[in-house]
Structure formats: C-alpha cells, structure tokens
Write a protein that binds this ligand. Structure first.
Ligand code: SIN
Ligand code: FE
Length: 289
C-alpha cells in the first residue's frame, strides 16, 4: 500500500512553508504528521492532566465556536484556565492550517475544540460508537451534504504514552468494497428521520452512503483484521492532521489529546475531485446531494 502517513519536520505553529505536495497528500486522504510540533502546557495547566478534569456527566470537554466551555469540572477559576488552554490550542491549530493550506482561508468553519483526558483503551462502547474499529467519520444526526471534516490532533500525554492509531486503505478502495453491500437510500425514510428530529436536516443520499460506509466498516470484524493498514504511535509533543471523513482511522490506545475540527465546503478544496463526494458520485454514477 502507498504510504498513508506523510512526515513533516515543521517546528512552528506559524511555519513559513506551504508545500503543494503536502496539500495533495492531505486531500488524497493521507495523514500529515508533525513529529516535532508540540502544544506546550503552562505549569498551571498541568493540573488538568487527570481524567477528573472532565465533568463525569459529559462525554468530552469542549470549547464551542462562541468560546463557551462545556464538560469541564472544577470551580470558576479552573474553568477559566481550562478555556484559555483549549482556546490557545484552537488558535495554534488554526494558524497552522492557515499557513500550510492558505487557500482554505475564510471558507473554513470552526467547530468545537475538544480536550480528551480519558483513557481510550478502558472505554467500553457499542460497536457503532467504538472508534477502536477503523472507520471514516460520519454523523447520524447532522447531514453535511459533502462538506469536509478536517481535524487537527495533538497528544499532550505527560508520561510519554503515545496515542496509537491504525490508518487504513484509501477512501476509494474502502468505498468500492462497501458500496455493493449498502442499503439503498430511501427518500421517505430520510423525510421521516427529519420529521422525528433524528436528523437536523434532510439526510441526503451522500450522508446515507457515508453512514453506511462507517457502519459497514465497523461492523465487519473480518474487514478490521484483513484490510491493509498501518499502526501508528503518535508520541506526546506531536501533531497530526487528516480529513477524517476520508481517512480510514481507528484509535487503539492513549490518553490526553486535544483536537480541533474545521469544516470546509467541497468546492473550496484545491482539488474537489479528490473528495468523498466526488468519489462516491463517480462510483455510483449519479448525483448524491
Ligand atoms: C476518532 O476520530 O475516531 C478518534 C480519534 C482519537 O480519539 O484519537
Ligand atoms: Fe473517527
């Protein structure tokens, strides 16, 4: 299999370098990996390196686009310091993306920034929610009509523990294996889901197919074992970026990660033909949105 991870020796969140080869690799579904780019915690922030930083009633700690912090434990001062830490990661992630992907610019829409202090391997989940199984990201309640999901990750583990991912085969290869087995799109069902507020807007055929790929991959243990894949330990002090709606990925272990999601309209990519929407449209031979 062609190399799915591209290593880049940048050490600054505002690099002076943008390389067309990195852009093409990212838009082809590869992971851009920055082994020497660290998100530095201040001494006062090291107290957040515990699972107790999270409110047990919440799944995650996140800072929404309006700057509101959700899911954090602790008093007002702790919440303020946590918001500053997560907000600083947001600003650095955004400046990195702006530097290496200058054309995306204002077309990017910021989603919440999250801090995940929980240990991956001790989490018990249903197969559908289990990110230890390789998948492409697709969200059941939020149809996106082909809009891209770009994610910036960093490992902030203080004990040297890597965040271990598996990265699978290219999107087109995944899609051509699972498309023959997907359930057909049924428009009245999509309308019913919207009427029942299961989805926030009408689920398009594109969104249906993406969910079918997500579920098809995760529910097939034979596929999980036999599909071409690489195991990749991302050490503390590193950053990695991918289009998670395109890159087949799974997280096997690790603790203490920060993540920024950004959305991008397909037509603002350098090469819209590389997108999952274009690939699925070509493979099915019909309009999907
Ligand atoms: C995922 O997006 O599947 C999870 C990634 C992670 O927690 O490292
Ligand atoms: Fe995922």
């Amino acid at each position: 299999m062609e190399q799915q991870i591209v290593e880049i020796d940048i050490r600054s969140w505002q690099p002076q370098a943008a390389d067309p080869a990195w852009i093409a690799a990212l838009e082809a579904g590869k992971v851009l990996y920055f082994p020497r780019l660290a998100f530095e915690l201040k001494d006062s922030e090291k107290r957040f390196l515990t699972p107790e930083a999270r409110d047990p009633k919440s799944r995650n700690i996140s800072l929404d686009a309006k700057g509101r912090l959700k899911g954090a434990a602790g008093d007002e001062a702790a919440q303020r310091d946590m918001a500053a830490m997560v907000g600083r990661f947001r600003a650095q992630a955004k400046s990195l993306i702006d530097a290496i992907l200058p054309r995306y610019g204002d077309a990017l829409r910021l989603a919440p920034t999250s801090y995940r202090p929980m240990q991956v391997e001790s989490r018990a989940q249903s197969w559908r929610a289990d990110d230890k199984r390789m998948h492409v990201d697709a969200f059941p309640s939020r149809p996106n009509y082909g809009e891209r999901i770009l994610r910036v990750f960093t490992n902030v583990n203080p004990q040297g523990t890597p965040r271990i991912w598996r990265v699978g085969e290219p999107f087109e290869k995944v899609a051509s294996q699972f498309l023959p087995r997907v359930k057909p799109y049924v428009r009245w069902q999509a309308k019913a889901l919207k009427a029942l507020h299961v989805t926030k807007s009408l689920r398009s055929e594109y969104d249906h197919l993406m969910l079918q790929l997500h579920d098809g991959m995760k529910s097939d243990m034979e596929y999980q074992r036999r599909a071409e894949q690489v195991t990749m330990p991302f050490p503390p002090g590193s950053v990695w970026i991918c289009f998670s709606d395109q890159t087949s990925h799974a997280v096997m272990s690790g603790q203490y990660m920060m993540e920024q999601t950004l959305h991008l309209p397909v037509d603002k990519q350098y090469d819209p033909k590389a997108s999952p929407l274009a690939i699925l449209t070509r493979l099915t031979g019909r309009a999907l949105i």
